[in-house]
Design a protein. Structure first.
Ligand code: PGA
Length: 259
């Protein structure tokens, strides 16, 4: 499976900074031969704020095989939903990837397991590719609730995953909340344990045919220093990177550590 290296810019960068970043990144990846083959290598996605998607940046990124994505999308295509983003229009303007259910959306903006699953259903209905985030807090981990939390986060998504399977890519990012932005990365063993649980839950629920083909990303304080050991675990199909994606050089170093 091709590794997915995704950056989450969160609420950072101006149009000028984004342009410079994509130019720098494009120049660096041009020097890496054969990294975009279908069966091997890695793909690059940047989840950015919406005001950065001008047509030049979209075009320039696409030409250089860097995919720009949205950090959110609504469960309806239009209507009275102030501040939200229509999945149908995201598709029309050429975005192919959507990040859903991020813990910051859950923590600060009232996202629930159900609303995240509704957003997923609508995005998949438009053949948008989705990275769907799940993960436990420190208190939940310490109370031995991790498996239950991950199960409850995934359960409402299962019907949509099955219904739209094969029409676009559906990936899961396991992001333990205690590791996000804290500098405390899960060890490769901890990440593997969670990924193995997620894979087996999916296999039991929707069958191995689908479950084994869902890329499972790890996220939470991924840096150029720890990326290699995480990305070379068999159940880790990619990474979702916040802080370390804000410098083109460090995001490139993470990408390069797969190869
Ligand atoms: P971090 O963020 O890499 O800064 O921990 C990850 C994320 O929020 O997706």
């Amino acid at each position: 499976m091709k590794k997915i290296i995704a950056g989450n810019w969160k609420m950072n960068f101006s149009p000028q900074e984004a342009k410079q970043y994509v130019e720098d990144m494009s120049a660096m990846i041009k020097n890496v031969p054969n990294h975009f083959t279908d069966s091997a290598g890695a793909m690059l996605i940047l989840f950015t704020p919406p005001y950065l998607w001008d047509s030049n940046l979209l075009e320039h990124s696409k030409q250089n095989k860097i995919y720009l994505g949205s950090q959110n999308a609504h469960w309806q295509d239009r209507g009275a939903f102030t501040g939200e983003l229509s999945p149908q229009v995201l598709k029309q303007i050429g975005l192919e990837w959507i990040l859903l259910g991020h813990s910051e959306r859950r923590q600060w903006f009232g996202e629930t397991n159900e609303t995240a699953a509704q957003r997923l259903d609508r995005c998949l209905s438009h053949q948008l590719n989705v990275v769907f985030c799940i993960g436990e807090t420190l208190a939940q981990r310490e109370n031995n609730e991790m498996h239950e939390v991950l199960t409850q986060q995934l359960k409402p998504c299962l019907p949509s995953i099955e219904k739209y399977w094969g029409q676009s890519t559906f990936a899961i990012a396991y992001e333990p909340v205690w590791a996000i932005g804290t500098g405390k990365t899960a060890t490769p063993i901890e990440a593997m344990e969670a990924h193995t649980f997620i894979r087996s839950f999916l296999t039991t629920s929707i069958g191995a045919g689908i479950a084994t083909r869902i890329p499972l990303l790890y996220g939470g304080s991924v840096t150029p220093d720890n990326a290699r050991s995480l990305l070379h675990q068999p159940e880790i199909d990619g990474v979702l990177v916040g802080g370390a994606s804000l410098k083109a050089q460090s995001f490139f170093d993470i990408f390069h550590s797969v190869l």
